[in-house]
Design a protein around this ligand. Structure first.
Ligand code: PLP
Length: 302
């Protein structure tokens, strides 16, 4: 991954004090703030406890993709961690304001953050941060993936809901540690497995597997994040008459598939070129179509 260089346009910050309907004086409940100025208080529970939820939205040529599904998922994550319900209309307008205020770039990454707020206040903190996307072109060409045991079973969401499996929380230190472990093992990314032997998801991505005309992903009930990207790809495939399903797969199932990808909103489609020691075929044609659909474009034009 290449970091943006010093010619990269400045990021934009939109501060959203009215995320939970807490600003009621008739003014727009958000304001553009200086992204280079300190904003967050050290007593915010996201700083002291990692207590918050977030979303990452891809914006391609100025057009954000899947805003509704992302915001609905933010609402679901907030519910799972017992935060007040975010006002999705306010957030949607704040996202538009952030995109509008950013210099035009081909790919923008917009983060929507909501925390439990400053300790003792009970008022959530929220902001939108829009920045030029990292360069993911290398990932989009094919990646080496290692399986790592997440240490949780596929029944975790039911048996231990307090572990927040499937919520997009701001406690991503474990996900980042797993990614560093992948690099130590000479790979680019991780496919988490469950203690009962099934593939789950990547630290920041959803698994997609192709076998003939059948396309499979991990069921959300196994404790994975319900991905917005997989929903878009499945909708495209269903329009084509392909068969799509959610089913548990073992690493051997994935290694013997026709092709497999890790999907996410900013990195889009990363074809798996190697899973542990097994090489996989990279389906460049399908990858191009999936990339197009995840950028909000017509897959037929790919
Ligand atoms: N799974 C996890 C753990 C993630 O963090 C993400 C995205 O960041 C995804 C899956 C993919 O979700 P989406 O396609 O909505 O970006």
């Amino acid at each position: 991954m290449t970091q943006p260089d010093c010619t990269t346009p400045s990021p934009v910050l939109v501060w959203v004090p009215g995320v939970a309907g807490t600003v009621a004086d008739g003014s727009e409940p958000f304001r553009i703030a200086d992204a280079d100025d300190p904003q967050l208080l050290v007593t915010d529970l996201v700083a002291t406890r990692g207590d918050g939820v977030f979303e990452t939205i891809g914006v391609f040529d100025g057009a954000p993709v899947n805003v509704g599904p992302h915001l609905r998922r933010l609402g679901r994550s907030a519910q799972l961690v017992e935060l007040p319900s975010p006002d999705l209309d306010v957030l949607s307008r704040a996202i538009d304001a952030a995109i509008e205020a950013h210099a035009p770039v081909p790919e923008l990454t917009v983060r929507v953050m909501m925390t439990r707020g400053v300790e003792g206040t009970g008022t959530p903190t929220a902001w939108i941060h829009a920045r030029t996307a990292d360069d993911w072109s290398r990932y989009r060409a094919g990646i080496r993936v290692v399986t790592l045991d997440r240490g949780l079973s596929t029944t975790v969401a039911e048996t231990s809901p307090w572990l927040l499996a499937g919520a997009k929380t701001l406690s991503y230190a474990v996900n980042m540690a797993a990614t560093r472990e992948a690099v130590r093992r000479g790979a680019d990314d991780v496919l988490f497995t469950s203690t009962d032997g099934y593939c789950l998801e990547g630290p920041t991505s959803t698994l997609l597997v192709k076998r003939g005309d059948t396309w499979t992903t991990t069921p959300a009930s196994a404790g994975v994040l319900p991905g917005t990207s997989i929903a878009s790809v499945f909708a495209m495939l269903e329009r084509e008459g392909q068969s799509v399903r959610e089913e548990l797969m073992t690493p051997a199932d994935v290694a013997s598939a026709d092709a497999a990808w890790l999907l996410s909103s900013s990195r889009l489609a990363a074809p798996i070129a190697q899973l542990d020691d097994t090489p996989l075929t990279v389906d460049t044609e399908r990858t191009a179509q999936i990339l197009a659909v995840l950028k909000g474009q017509d897959p037929q034009s790919a």
